[in-house]
Design a protein around this ligand. Sequence first.
Ligand code: ADP
Ligand code: MG
Ligand code: ZN
Length: 514
Amino acid sequence: MVRTPRCEGTFVMDADEHPPLHCDDSRMKYDHSKKLSGASTDIEQLYQAVPQLANVFRIKGKIGEGTFSSVYLAIAQLRGGHEEKVALKHLIPTSHPVRIAAELQCLITAGGQDNVMGVRYCFRKNDHVVIVMPYLEHESFLDILNSLSFEEVRDYMFNLFKALKRIHYFGIVHRDVKPSNFLYNRQMKRYALVDFGLAQGTPDTKIELLKVIQSEAQQEGLESLHVQRSVFGERNFNVRSSASQDNSTVKLIKQPRVTDIAARKLLAKKKTTSAVTNGLVKKAASSCPTNVTCDCYAKDRVCSVCLSRRQQVAPRAGTPGFRAPEVLTKFPNQTTAIDMWSAGIIFLSLLSGRYPFYKASDDLTALAQIMTIRGSRETIQAAKTFGKSILCSKDIPAQDLRTLCERLRGSKTSFDVLTGDGQINLSQEPALQAEIFNISEPALQTSKKHLQYQKPSCHERDGLVIRTSEKPANLGWDKVPDEAYDLLDKLLDLNPATRITAKDALLHPFFKNI
Ligand code: ADP
Ligand code: MG
Ligand code: ZN
């Protein structure tokens, strides 16, 4: 039944192999009516765009939507009336063909074992591509974060490293490791790393198409083939997500959808030029009035001009809060170590009970937030090793990871404080300013921007308290071994050259009796 997926044909399965579809809604455990609003027209459009889907699948509802894809839950009708839940990932028709093929090749080559999502079939009609994967029902990370036992967290991290070890073996750098791309079925203890939409190859990658992407990107001297997607344009319709999660989703400005690769290249070029000519990086999405100059540079407060700036969407792959320091400082030779950093950020959330841990909308803010945990001197020192110089207006000491996590987790109640417009309040901590530049470059060509230092946790402030959770009884959190924090420290190693690998993480004493 399972065939090698291919992308070039219209049909991968023959229609006559399958009995006609029949509607049996009683099999559906979940009420998708809420999620279906607005999605039903999308479903109709998908059936129209790729008509052969209707021969095989009954699409039940949308379960995920990002800038570059929509994911649906569907029931596949198999021989003998057998049914199987599948996830249909419909890529936006303007995706670059090499990008699509590379994503598929990652799933085919590395997927299907060791907690890496596999692929069943692929359908294509014209420029519409639908990737069919086994469906893994999964939790919303935020919903379960504060009820997880320490043992569950240990298992979660072990299984994440298993997946990362596998893809890194194939020379795949995922580049977008975060909870929504690592599906977790708590009851069944099943895990799956998904979403190779931003993956890149190491120089010796076994994924041929990632080599193509690599060389094309190098030729361009731009990140033209890296899918640029809105970090916050993502919506998640997790089956198990609660209403509170929808409320807590921060409303952010969507980056205008860039509809084709040529336009993307143009956009990237324009941005580069403006950065050079102005000496300041001005993001296209910023609504900061250009004629007003701000007066808060090097002061420990943020002026009204800067406060009125719209949140910026980083023009590069990944999610700022999960990006490694070498990604944030645009170090060109990025390795699989960047995924290990992201895994460290997930671990930090799990140990501290806070998610998202870093909520940054741009790279410099993200870097400043890293400094608040790992120390400014340490960050500056590490960046030097890969040829980047960071100027920072304040000296911030590194924090002890155990003390930090216990303090955050230990508070009786955790608050997510929202202001009226759904934005999480920034704390009124002193502003921190930083500059990054290549050591070889004169400082004048650097990007300069004001940074607001946001404490990782939200404090009790005016506003709406949308979630409170009692401290879990005894889930093993009273005796977290030192090994946990030692592993966390090795994952959040600011220097990618010495950061722990997935293979070594699995052998870390933290996992000794797994
Ligand atoms: P995108 O590139 O748009 O982020 P993803 O591949 O990450 O697309 O999928 C988006 C969301 O869809 C995931 O966060 C997850 O909730 C859901 N999803 C994706 N693949 C599956 C799957 N195989 N089973 C269940 N849900 C899935
Ligand atoms: Mg994703
Ligand atoms: Zn200012």
